[in-house]
Write a protein that binds this ligand. Structure first.
Ligand SMILES: *Cc1c(COP(=O)(O)O)cnc(C)c1O
Ligand code: SF4
Length: 490
């Protein structure tokens, strides 16, 4: 099937017009492509389209980059700093840069500024505390049923705001067979994990044998239902998405993939064709963007981005608030900017095109969704809601709703043990009465000793809170709950 050409950025000229006709076999069709800077005009297509060539010719110095970009003084400072985060840009991605515009959104993502060396309040090396949530190196197990597996520190190009700059780019920090063995061993003995995300670094920069070894090993673990790959390779190095690679990956289905596009300018005919191959291999595609000041912190740019993504059959998944990580200070926006963007998307465009805006909690709390408030008020029996247009309406709730109708079916369904991570949902289900700050009980003893009034714990146990089926969740009465004895607040 012929890949559908996508719109070119208005500023880019199409060198050759598309001459795709119905009777021509795809191989003969002249496909749209991104124009190359003069520096690479004479590189034969076989080389340009070969990912090995692209990787071998990445740009990282002032000398190399000045051949295609008119560098600013601040970029020169950024590029010549001793302790900078790694710089490497594939010729393909570099060819998307506007040589004369210091604000070019592609350029800003990959060419460092002097500013990135500035420390800012709240900055951390590992702001998501990933290394603290890793039972073994490179395996972050933060949520009940899924885990993040870091498989390499290498990427096709390096994003200045990378949340994992503490290890990414450094070949000495990369993960080895010994690490993979420990990660896989942890996954094997942790049956609650049903979803494994491969990340890094970029898993698609691994040599295909190693990637296949990891996919095959994961597939041998029965409780792992889905595998996800987080990758920016289709964006930085679309040439890497070969039929061979897709054929390898498809053997290990269900495999999902999240790509990482931040600005519509990154959506090129080359990316479109790479995505088409991945989709043809049956890999559902999502996109994760980072909200970046001066790059995509605009409702109009985000709308254009998500529209182009869905046209390419990529579902916008997350829009991330920029992390409190070293190097990312000048990319940070306020959280209200993210809310404004979601306000400008939800209702205004296809639901499929609206990502979930999340703040990944500093300290390791995981992703916290943040959105405009649509529930305006409520009283028993009625809620007041507003829509994207500001239309304010009421919804009358049923007065005879019985949440226990479902109990019978519920008891036949599988209850997943969340091992103490039931959270607020667990409070609603009556698994526990409260979630307490660390040291709460000790603090409130105020140094007092046991006395005649505080000895009987039963008097703080809510009457029938647990085990009587009156807690809105049929699972709690049948011993599935991690706190089936009902004494949860001691
Ligand atoms: C983002 C992330 C996941 C996946 O979260 P989803 O919301 O399921 O996409 C899992 N583990 C870690 C550590 C993560 O940061
Ligand atoms: S591709 Fe991902 S891991 Fe690699 S530098 Fe960019 S943000 Fe970091």
């Amino acid at each position: 099937m012929l890949p559908k050409p996508v719109e070119m950025d208005a500023a880019q000229e199409v060198e050759e017009p598309p001459s795709i006709s119905e009777d021509e076999p795809p191989s003969k069709a002249v496909l749209l492509h991104t124009p190359r800077p003069a520096l690479w005009a004479d590189i034969p297509d076989e080389k340009w389209n070969d990912w090995h060539w692209q990787i071998a010719h990445r740009l990282n110095t002032v000398d190399e980059l000045s051949q295609i970009v008119n560098l600013t003084a601040e970029e020169v400072t950024g590029l010549t700093a001793d302790d900078k985060f790694r710089v490497d840009i594939t010729p393909y991605f570099a060819s998307l840069i506007d040589p004369d515009d210091p604000d070019c959104p592609v350029r800003r993502q990959v060419i460092p500024l002097g500013r990135e060396l500035h420390a800012f309040t709240g900055m951390m090396a590992d702001s998501l505390a990933e290394d603290r949530h890793s039972p073994v190196p490179g395996l972050v197990h933060r949520y009940p049923d899924r885990a993040l597996m870091l498989v390499t520190t290498q990427c096709a190009s390096y994003c200045r705001y990378c949340t994992r700059s503490r290890i990414v780019g450094n070949p000495h920090q990369t993960f080895s067979k010994v690490d993979f063995a420990a990660q896989l061993d942890y996954l094997r003995r942790t049956p609650q994990i049903r979803d494994v995300l491969l990340s890094g670094g970029d898993p698609l920069t691994l040599n295909p044998k190693t990637l296949e070894y990891i996919l095959a090993s994961l597939r041998e673990i029965e409780h792992i239902e889905i595998i996800r790959i987080g990758t920016r390779v289709p964006v930085f190095l679309p040439q890497r998405i070969t039929d061979e690679l897709c054929d390898m990956i498809r053997q290990y289905h269900p495999v999902w993939m999240n790509i990482h596009v931040n600005h519509p300018k990154e959506i090129t005919p080359e990316l479109n064709r790479a995505l088409d191959k991945l989709l043809s291999a049956g890999i559902p595609l999502g996109n994760q963007s980072v909200l970046l000041a001066g790059i995509n912190d605009s409702v109009d740019i985000q709308r254009e981005l998500v529209h182009k993504l869905v046209k390419n059959r990529v579902r916008p998944y997350y829009l991330y608030q920029c992390d409190l990580v070293k190097g990312a200070g000048h990319f940070r926006t306020t959280v209200s900017k993210g809310i404004e963007i979601i306000e400008g998307l939800r209702g205004h465009t296809s639901g499929y095109a609206v990502p979930t805006y999340v703040v990944d909690a500093p300290g390791g709390g995981g992703k916290i969704p943040v959105m405009p408030q649509y529930l305006i008020s409520q009283s028993p029996g009625r809620v007041v809601l507003r829509n994207y247009e500001g239309y304010i309406t009421t919804y009358d709730e049923p007065t005879d709703y019985d949440p226990h109708q479902i109990d019978h079916l519920n008891q036949q369904s599988v209850h997943r043990d969340e091992s103490g991570q039931g959270g607020v949902s667990g409070l609603l289900a009556g698994e526990s009465q409260a979630i307490k700050p660390e040291g709460f009980d000790t603090l409130h003893q105020r140094g007092g000793a046991a006395h005649r009034l505080n000895g009987d714990a039963a008097k703080w146990q809510p009457y029938h809170q647990n085990g009587n089926g009156h807690n809105g969740n049929g699972h709690n009465g049948n011993g599935h709950s991690s706190n089936a004895n009902g004494h949860t607040n001691e």
